[in-house]
Design a protein around this ligand. Sequence first.
Ligand code: ADP
Length: 508
Amino acid sequence: MRSSDGVKAQNQDKPFNPHPGSGDSDQLLAAIVESSDDAILSKDLNGTITSWNKGAERLFGYSANEAINQPVHMLIPPDRYGEEAEILERVRQGDRLDHYETVRKRKDGSLVEVALTVSPIRDAQGRIIGASKVARDISDRKSAERARRLLSAIVESSDDAIASKDLNGILTSWNAGAERLLGYKASEVIGKHVTLLIPDDRLHEEAEIMARIGRGERLEHFHTMRRRKDGSLVDVSLTVSPIKDESGKVIGASKILRDITENVRMQEKLERLVAERTAQLSDMVAELEAFSYSVAHDMRAPLRAMTSYASILQEDYTAQLPPAAQDFVRRIGNASQRLDALITDVLNYSKISRSEMELGNVDIANTLREILESYPDLLKHASHITIAFPLPGVIANRAALTQCFSNLLTNAIKFVPAGRTPQVRVSAERNGEWVRIWVADNGIGISEEGRKRIFTMFQRLNPSSEFEGTGIGLTIVRKAVQRMGGNLGVESEVGVGSRFWIELKAAS
Ligand code: ADP
């Protein structure tokens, strides 16, 4: 490297010396100048460069050989020539210029921001013969300053309140947005403790926030409240970030507060509206349920009369009726039985929906036994129903649970293809605090699409088939399970069978 850069090598051998003379102190001075980080150069009163140190070479890009004896103008952007003339004039008068911030031009044409210190150089007789210049590169500092100014302009013009505090909670800055939002001027709060702004019932939050900041974490859009100068409270969304020093140590926190009064007001309005509508709807549902209950209930008496008269006709007058009339009477009997089943289901559904639902420990095995004994249709098939003991106790309402099992078992027996003997299995499994009870059959199965519909009222998947029904049974099961705080579902394979389950809390 050295051999290819003759000039440099020469400079190193011959240190900078603005006053050629003799003596150790001159040499020492020259060494100091040469090793300085700053650019140090001198010029005569005509503006010709007379010396040039390493720092100048680094800053401006010219070697000593390239610079010495050249006009100092080569370092000055043309629009600043006037400035140079002024500086020279002041030097002539013996003035010194301290930290004069300006711009200079490098060898490659680029500009650099510098701070100049210019002092006159005198000869032995005290006459001014030139000037020494120390130029320091301040472009880093300048751009940092510009960035800072830009940032503070942004902060100042922000609509949000922006403030900062140290780790002791002492406020250290406060923008115009903060002044607008909270009513305090910067001078009224800087140096004060941040608790000034925090309502008493929120003070505990501040300790938590500061603990998180201490760990270098950031807190975003935290909904809280702040107290204004006039004592009123304001809903704010708070974002807090740690402020770190150069070594990465957290030394404080910056906070951005956004006024969300309007959002909160809208939210509350919406919630009120939803609550009102929900109340209206449940009133309507209750009215409808009461209506359907009384209609069903009132239909029962005339229906019973029709059923009884039809069966009297059938039993006591069959002989007197021609075959066609006999058939009509039989049809009337069937139709009224179907209507009766429908009414029973509607009433059962109303009961499950409206009655008090007291919950207690219920023994499933006992409940099943009672159901099998009291439902003739099921009793007939008792031998096809297996129960896998033991069955854990559950928290339920006895009547509601009876409704569930009677419906599930009736369906399990009913939806079996002609010619297949029904096989139903009831089992249970404990799952933490829950008990899941399965009712599995070997019936026709339910398609995926069907499984989505069957728990809705009047949904029957095969309405025109041999399977009679009202389409209310599973709706009753769903309502009952829901009112007992449980869950239910079904798994099924078409043609193979279905497994319905209900899940209730285990008995205590
Ligand atoms: P219903 O049995 O009176 O028709 P449900 O509400 O009990 O009414 O059942 C609704 C529909 O779900 C039935 O019509 C039937 O299509 C289907 N379903 C219910 N249980 C079974 C089952 N175990 N196997 C096959 N299909 C079933």
